[in-house]
Design a protein around this ligand. Structure first.
Ligand code: GLN
Length: 546
């Protein structure tokens, strides 16, 4: 066949509708937030929605990306390491996503090159069109069959005009041609600038961005204008003229502090009706979800109490590095009607005096995950401060490992205790997992994804989960060295959660007779949802309030 365009056998056109969200002018203006808010809004209308993100990077997944540059690496249940937008989708859709819901250029090219080496193209020269675009469309259709949603939202990372998303956009143009007008809709999120020197809104860059999109053969059905304030009608009129689109389909979206309220704003703009009409879809009944969401948003904006929480970390310059933790706390803010004020503690050069000063009036201390040496001593000093002063403490992943080292040094008298990730030591209380010892490749090789934890009865962990076993998501290479477990336990540290299959990996620790001293080798923040906050976070915030 001349045109390579494989379709899965079971695929039926029209069963799944597609909304393709792209961005113009610049990135980082909230395309992900819009996409997930649109997903929530469609869910308000009773539709079953799934999502996928296209990322233009040549990285096969996001696992090797530096969170300081790129934001948090989110981990799916099946262990796929993704861009933080997948976390935003899981939270707005209240559903788990899997490796098929994330596609990087690296993943698609790897697939194609592997196929080429296996001789699967039967002598053809392998080209961007039709092979790369064909492979992308096939991926999308396979996902449509697998997730079987009413609507699949496809977010194309980057900005129109980037080389690395051009073949994704071309594939989406072809998809519309093949699927038909009423099955594919394009939304473009653009940016309206308001330079300080002028004091007025300017639309020129947006015009260029949208014209460029049209030059690719794609006319958007809806344009979302992002701006710090409401976009003026005159600006929307100008865009309407430039791209032949009715002004009602050009929607202003200003900044919102509470992102969970954005679906209601879009609802007020009647976005859902336009999408439903365009895709010939009917509203189904699902008022319950909308009502619950509304209650959550109201509670979030009407707190009855305030607390102050310290979060340590070396990525303190970029809050996106901790986005799931911040969201998990926000979910508790709503549930417990408590505003959580965050005090960021950069632990790189922290001495004892600073610690006393900085942590003097905090109600709780959270030590998140991390890698490498930098800042570890400062973090351990914060943990010690929490332990000695009966201040609620939650350690996550690296925070769990550092709590073990701190305990080993101070309580078990193992002065040289450390992690082999930090230094060479004669007392390696944290060491590589056995399976990690022979691994050379860095990408996708940590202990990843959901694993079961067996919970010890009559412990705080048991009180929190009220279950004998739980499943949470992991991302680590190191663990508590089993040789030291007995000593720590006899010195008063309780390992209240251990790996279910062999009880070898210590997964939860706690110290009894402390207000709340609790740490997990897993990341409970990845499973927290707006309407179902993770119980570990709930109990932590509750204890900060008491
Ligand atoms: N660096 C630690 C490890 O690899 C912890 C990882 C993390 O915090 N995600 O085990």
């Amino acid at each position: 066949m001349e045109f390579y365009n494989p379709k899965p056998k079971e695929y039926k056109k029209g069963d799944c509708k597609y909304i393709v969200v792209s961005g113009s002018v610049m990135s980082g203006v909230g395309k992900g937030t819009f996409t997930s808010s649109l997903a929530t809004l469609l869910k308000f209308n009773g539709l079953d929605v799934s999502a996928i993100k296209f990322d233009g990077y040549l990285n096969v997944d996001a696992g090797t990306l530096n969170p300081y540059r790129h934001g948090e690496v989110f981990v799916l249940e099946d262990g796929t390491e993704t861009d933080l937008d997948l976390g935003t989708y899981e939270r707005s859709l209240h559903r788990n996503l899997y490796q098929h819901n994330y596609l990087t250029s690296g993943k698609i090219f790897k697939k194609i090159i592997d196929k080429e080496r296996a001789g699967e193209y039967q002598g053809r020269d392998v080209q961007y069109i039709p092979h790369v675009t064909g492979e992308i469309k096939k991926y999308i259709r396979e996902l449509a069959i697998k997730d079987n949603p009413d609507v699949l939202i496809i977010e194309v990372g980057g900005t129109i005009g980037d080389i690395e998303n051009s073949y994704f956009m071309e594939a989406m143009r072809e998809l519309k041609q093949e699927e038909g007008e009423e099955n594919v809709s394009f939304v473009n999120v653009t940016y309206i600038a308001k330079p300080n020197s002028l004091g007025e809104q300017k639309s020129k860059q947006a015009q260029f961005g949208l014209k460029r999109l049209m030059g690719m053969g794609i006319k958007p059905d809806i344009v979302i204008c992002r701006c710090q304030e409401e976009v003026k009608k005159s600006i929307r009129e100008k865009l309407s003229l430039v791209i032949n689109l009715n002004i009602e389909n050009i929607i202003s979206l200003k900044n919102y502090t509470n992102i969970y309220s954005v679906p209601f704003y879009l609802e007020k703009e009647d976005l859902h009706s336009r999408v439903l009409e365009k895709l010939k879809l009917k509203k189904k009944k699902n008022d319950e979800f909308r009502e619950k969401w509304k209650k959550m948003v109201n509670k979030l904006s009407n707190p009855k109490e305030e607390i102050k929480m310290a979060i340590t970390g070396k990525y303190t310059g970029l809050h996106d590095s901790y986005i799931s933790i911040l969201n998990a706390l926000e979910h508790c803010q709503a549930l417990l009607k408590t505003k959580i004020n965050i005090e960021w503690i950069d632990t790189t050069d922290l001495d004892e005096k600073d610690i006393k000063e900085k942590l003097e009036d905090v109600d709780g201390i959270l030590v998140p995950g991390g890698f490498g040496y930098r800042g570890t001593n400062g973090k351990m000093s914060c943990i010690r401060h929490a332990r000695k002063n009966n201040i609620p403490f939650l350690g996550l992943c690296y925070g769990f490992q550092l709590a073990v080292i701190e305990f080993a040094r101070e309580t078990s008298g193992l002065k040289k205790a450390s992690s082999t990730e930090i230094e060479k030591t004669s007392q390696p209380v944290i060491d590589l997992l056995p399976k990690q010892k022979d691994i050379k490749e860095k990408g996708g090789t940590m202990r990843l994804g959901s694993h079961k934890t067996k919970i010890k009865p009559s412990t705080k962990a048991h009180k929190i989960y009220n279950k004998k076993e739980v499943s949470e998501r992991f991302r680590h290479r190191y663990e508590v060295n089993p040789e030291y477990v007995q000593k720590f336990e006899s010195d008063g540290l309780v390992f209240s959660g251990k790996s279910k299959e062999d009880e070898r990996v210590m997964q939860i620790l706690e110290i009894p007779n402390h207000k709340f001293f609790f740490a997990t080798q897993f990341h409970p923040e990845f499973t927290s949802r707006p309407l179902r906050p993770n119980p570990v976070f709930i109990e932590f915030v509750k204890s900060c309030k008491s």
